[in-house]
Design a protein around this ligand. Structure first.
Ligand SMILES: [Zn+2]
Length: 266
């Protein structure tokens, strides 16, 4: 867990779990171009992947961005919230950056299928909702984690920009999924971008043209990564990423025109 402040707003990085994946299998098109990144891999070619969620406290509101992999993966999100004194019913708004199963795991109570965060509004990207609902067959992470909320008054489908609190705004950043969205946090002259899976590793931050098998549309994701990376680098904003190394807070550093990831000092 790591705490940062952005102006008058508190940003807490929570980790539901950390997993490992074989990089060459996930980035098959560029598997022979990874010499610069060997320091990120273990002796079996695996990279650690954090499954992070972010709690935003400010403007009198508590907002949780993404809900981790969930109980089936032995996730720790609910314990981590408890450690900072936040109970599920204390959360006003849940924002999903997208509807993959590793971002929606704790959304519902498994026994009742009711929203686990019982007083929260659930802001769901509409294009993801439409896309994953129409898939045949539907993915288990969608049918189990999200679909049962259909018809519940907590659900709001978001399409495009939307203000969440005076300092927090949803921005469309499609490509990883059709409706993938990020958040811009602006307070007291400082900024942070909560980017979900817009960048999934330090590699695609350096090479925005590298696409992984997790990404939905290669051309759209490249366009989003290029534009978002430029915007973040120019603004020198803090970055909060779901999968960059735990706890996922840092900056995009530009040196001699080359980008790199600089984690926030603990
Ligand atoms: Zn993800």
């Amino acid at each position: 867990m790591q705490r940062a402040t952005v102006g008058n707003v508190e940003l807490l990085a929570l980790s539901d779990m950390v997993g490992k994946y074989v990089v060459a299998e996930k980035y098959p098109d560029v598997a022979d171009q990874m010499a610069d990144f060997q320091g990120l891999f273990d002796d079996r070619g695996r990279m650690a992947m954090n499954f992070g969620c972010f709690l935003v406290r400010g403007d009198g509101k508590t907002v949780l961005v993404d809900t981790g992999f969930g109980p089936e993966m032995n996730g720790k999100l609910i314990e981590q919230l408890d450690e900072v004194g936040v109970k599920p019913e204390d959360i006003d708004t849940i924002v999903f950056t997208h509807l993959h199963g590793d971002h929606t795991g704790w959304a519902l109570d498994r026994d009742t299928n009711a929203p686990r965060f019982s007083k929260a509004q659930y802001l769901v990207p509409k294009k993801d909702w439409d896309f994953y609902k129409a898939e045949d067959p539907q993915r288990p992470g969608f049918t189990r984690n999200i679909l049962p909320i259909e018809g519940n008054e907590a659900l709001e489908l978001v399409d495009g920009e939307r203000t969440v609190t005076p300092s927090l705004t949803i921005l469309p950043t499609p490509g990883h999924t059709p409706g993938h969205q990020s958040l811009l946090l602006s307070s007291g002259g400082q900024q942070a971008f909560i980017i979900g899976d817009a960048f999934m590793s330090p590699m695609d931050l350096v090479h925005p043209d590298w696409v992984s098998t997790w990404d939905w549309d290669a051309e759209i994701v490249r366009g989003t990564r290029t534009a978002l990376g430029d915007r973040i680098a120019q603004s020198q904003a803090l970055v909060a990423s779901a999968h960059l190394p735990n706890p996922g807070l840092g900056h995009i550093l530009v040196t001699d025109g080359k980008r790199s990831w600089q984690a926030l000092p603990e």
